[in-house]
Design a protein around this ligand. Structure first.
Ligand SMILES: NC(=O)c1ccc[n+]([C@@H]2O[C@H](COP(=O)([O-])OP(=O)(O)OC[C@H]3O[C@@H](n4cnc5c(N)ncnc54)[C@H](OP(=O)(O)O)[C@@H]3O)[C@@H](O)[C@H]2O)c1
Length: 340
């Protein structure tokens, strides 16, 4: 393209829009060392898409599961891949036929997990995957909400059809999904049991759990009985032992491992495996609940972009209390210098 020259300076009058950005990418599957802070092409919006300047990105177990290659048979990712499917930021550019958002809107989103994620200065998301963020939360706290809250919402409400007064057992009530699931279940009027270790019993009470259970001291099945819905965020032995707490017609909903259909039939209960999906409409509902004061994220820690490897190690430990969030805007990008 030819730009007109300035008569004074002889330089182009048009400054070409910056086309690169900083991002944390992986070029192959592996440990935290494959996370690389580098230049990446800045994405352009297609029809129905917006470009968001990412201010903060939530960290979820799916990030390190993708990094290690556990999802490669399900999602056709290509390298280099930008991880991170939880974000809050500001709309920077809108593509054709975008009707709900304009430049400058403050939004939060779970982007499509088969595409590039939010560990980057900019991300392109479909407008159907976005909502205005809760007014009462700044970007760091807003970025902690979408993936975990939507997963809890879709599990408890869309799948299990939770009704007021029902008895719910939430495993890992102190985790990313669990701490929001507890609050959403209470908001709906449920009676909530939740498990966590000794150090998180106070947190469970603060979140509104009716009967906190210390899984290191008690067998949950000795406390939680006659349960309508179990939300299984752990799998394995925890899932296996969860059948016994369900009442007839109850529902064992897992996020980690499809429960046995045969076993469910034999016991006269229902079961489901939930794979959360993006939904701007549900995020808008969730934003209203946050702004009403009935739902609040707990932040385990906020880390700069440069500490993404540490963020993954912490998430992978399986003992995050609430959420880990990466500060992306002004988060500085000295990953290589600090960590290699
Ligand atoms: N299917 C989907 O769409 C979907 C969506 C989101 C998440 N997930 C999956 O769901 C799982 C949970 O996600 P998350 O983000 O909530 O994880 P998380 O934040 O890493 O969970 C950490 C919490 O788990 C608790 N915990 C660990 N072992 C426990 C046990 N045996 N019993 C009870 N609590 C225990 C820990 O409490 P203590 O420190 O007190 O032990 C900690 O607070 C992950 O595997 C994730 O990949 C699936």
């Amino acid at each position: 393209m030819v730009f007109p020259k300035s008569p004074v300076l002889g330089r182009s009058l048009f400054i070409e829009k910056k086309v690169t950005m900083k991002a944390i990418q992986i070029h192959n599957y592996g440990g935290p060392e494959v996370l690389k802070y580098e230049d990446a092409p800045r994405p352009k919006p297609q029809a129905g898409e917006v470009v968001v300047r990412v201010h903060a990105a939530g960290v979820n177990p799916i990030d390190w599961k993708v990094r290690e290659g556990h999802m490669k048979d399900f999602w056709p990712h290509k390298f280099p891949l930008i991880l991170g499917w939880d974000l809050s930021g500001v709309v920077e550019e809108v593509g054709p036929r975008v009707s709900q958002f304009k430049i400058g809107d403050e939004v939060y989103s779970i982007p499509d997990p088969t595409r590039n994620g939010a560990y980057a200065d900019y991300i392109v998301v479909r407008e159907s995957e976005c909502s205005l963020k809760p007014n009462s939360l700044h970007h760091i706290r807003a970025a902690a909400v979408p993936l975990a809250a939507l997963t809890a919402w879709q599990s408890l409400f869309d799948t299990a059809q939770l009704q007021p007064g029902q008895r719910v057992l939430i495993h890992a009530g102190s985790g990313g999904v669990g701490h929001l699931a507890v609050q959403l279940a209470k908001w709906k009027g449920a009676y909530v049991f939740a498990t966590a270790s000794t150090k998180n019993q106070d947190l469970l009470r603060e979140l509104g759990v009716d009967e906190p259970i210390d899984y290191t001291q008690q067998r949950f099945e000795n406390v939680a009985r006659n349960i309508d819905i179990v939300l299984d965020t752990i799998g394995g032995e925890t899932q296996e032992r969860s059948w016994s707490v369900l009442k007839k017609g109850g529902n064992l909903v897992s996020l980690v491992q499809p429960p046995s259909e045969e076993k469910a039939k034999e016991l006269g209960v229902r079961t489901a495996f939930v794979a959360g999906h993006p939904s701007g409409a549900q995020l808008a509902e969730i934003a209203k609940i946050v702004d009403s004061g009935k739902l609040a994220p707990v932040i385990d820690r906020i880390l700069p972009f440069s500490e993404v490897r540490r963020a993954h190690e912490l998430s992978q430990s399986g003992h995050t209390r609430g959420k880990i969030v990466l500060r992306v805007k002004n988060g500085d990008g000295t990953l290589e210098r600090k960590q290699s």
